[in-house]
Write a protein that binds this ligand. Sequence first.
Ligand code: MGD
Ligand code: MGD
Ligand code: MO
Length: 550
Amino acid sequence: MTNSSPELADADCILVIGSNTMEAHPLVAAHILRAVERGARLIVVDPRDVPMARLGTAHLRLTPGSDVAVLNGLMHAILAEGLEDKAFVEERTEGYEALVASLQAYTPEYVEGISGIPADDLRAAARTYATAGSAAIVYAMGITQHTTGTDNVLACANLAMLTGNVGKPSTGVNPLRGQNNVQGACDAGALVNVYPGYQSVANEEIQSKFEAAWGRTAGLVPGRMLTAMMDDALAGSIRALYIMGENPVLSDPNSGHVRQGLEALEFLVVSDIFMSETAELADVVLPAASWVEKDGTFTATDRRVQRFYRAIKPIGASRPDWWIVAQIARRLRDALGAAPEAPYAGWDYASPREVAVELSALTPIYGGISWERLEERCGGLQWPCPTAEHPGTPYLHKGTFSRGLGAFTPVEYQPPAEITDAEYPLTLTTGRMAFHWHTGTMTRRTEALHQEVPEGYAEVNPADAERLGIGKSGRVRLISRRGEIEARAWITRRVPEGVVFAPFHFAEAAANALTNGALDPKSGIPEFKICAIRLEPVGAPVAAPMTPEA
Ligand SMILES: Nc1nc2c(c(=O)[nH]1)N[C@H]1C(S)=C(S)[C@@H](COP(=O)(O)OP(=O)(O)OC[C@H]3O[C@@H](n4cnc5c(=O)[nH]c(N)nc54)[C@H](O)[C@@H]3O)O[C@H]1N2
Ligand SMILES: Nc1nc2c(c(=O)[nH]1)N[C@H]1C(S)=C(S)[C@@H](COP(=O)(O)OP(=O)(O)OC[C@H]3O[C@@H](n4cnc5c(=O)[nH]c(N)nc54)[C@H](O)[C@@H]3O)O[C@H]1N2
Ligand SMILES: [Mo]
């Protein structure tokens, strides 16, 4: 996030786009609710009638995949009414003329044709956002998990800069990162093209710094992305994989393809806290300790590093992930060699605290973040925090952007990779719900959560259900070009006509058997949010008319 979660409570306007915040990020949602109680305006852009949409000043219920058009339309309307922040654009940005030219075609009427949002609703939302004292954009997977995911995010940045809503409290462009520590994992270098702290692997100077620290060079070439690895495995260019804390058999798109890829490997290692569907395919399973069984830090979505404490001893033969990784690294080092005088060639940490010391020594944004400081402060420290005296950074881009001027990047609307046709006439969108976590390894083992939602389901609009003869709580078959699953039908107006939603939490009704493996060419993220399907009732068609739920 450019800004901090608690700052949302003080925003005058919050634009939530592609985020089911109440179900997926309830703590962030609490800050938004506080803002709404204060009288802040809330605009929700989501095809589904998610809980937060009910509280908003406006719910822009767009056709899935039309976000670039909607964001461009909002900017078009802002310019048409002269509501842009002229001083901010002049002093802090570049590329304005090209942006304005690119927005010309996106009249609210043209955007209505693509998105289904009434032109006047779009105009009203543009006015609400642009005239607010401070306006924050909050987004999540509803805009990123598309072949145009990067374009969607760039369009959000354009909108924020056009209205001067960057570099100030309670504004910004705020991705809600999903897992408790996905931000920390990225910060620590778990990405294909950077060392810890987003230091480029392709930069020779940085490469030399890490070579001196670790006693080995890793080469100046970025690695392969997760989403490309199954193709590589099938092609034979990847022969072994070591998977930690990931269950791609259920969580990657087009699971049939994933399974084939994993089965084609010569050697598969999986490290998990449970025997997941992916671990079942492994040659070696390394049992990991769960978060309650280990010490460490988590970095929250607003760049906030916090210390967490072990509550119980690791159960059975399980070990903390850092320990497992270090053991493997030591053996690799012995096999491949490393300069012994390098300060961090040892991989002999006595505790995760020593890993943290190494991280801050090599990573400028974490330079001043020590466990000692974290243990003294409730609320943690937010990076960039370069020195031991630095108080941390609640919001980014104050006064200047890291590249100097903020660059407007024009983006054009493009349809999703797979669109509906006569054979597959419905749009499937996938995601999450409050009671389950991803592939269910943890939540489906938790009795209370299992009781709340014991089985897979699909949200189907009453009009579609009636047309297809799908009864209330009846079973339904979802069929795409890649696979089919059976689930219970939840007949509900949460989804608009023509759109079906299925969570991906249930192995026996695995949504990813259906999803499309098409990727965003820039980020490599799969188009989890859109593919074409058809529905068939399972069992006898229901004759009696249904009572659709609200
Ligand atoms: N209970 C629970 N909470 C979780 C998780 C979990 O599994 N369970 N997972 C965590 C993780 S890792 C993540 S990444 C986050 C994800 O959090 P979210 O991204 O908020 O959750 P999703 O359900 O993936 O999708 C968000 C919304 O996108 C909407 N959407 C679908 N298509 C489009 C579109 O084309 N445009 C727009 N504007 N919206 C669209 C959906 O209707 C949905 O409401 O949740 C985190 N929190
Ligand atoms: N169709 C569809 N698919 C999606 C998405 C979607 O919206 N729609 N969302 C995508 C997103 S945003 C995400 S983040 C992914 C999530 O995909 P995954 O990360 O594959 O899903 P999880 O179920 O969280 O799997 C994590 C695994 O880690 C294990 N685990 C838990 N704690 C620990 C630990 O401390 N150490 C180790 N070693 N293992 C541990 C769990 O038991 C589990 O097997 O799914 C993606 N897939
Ligand atoms: Mo995620």
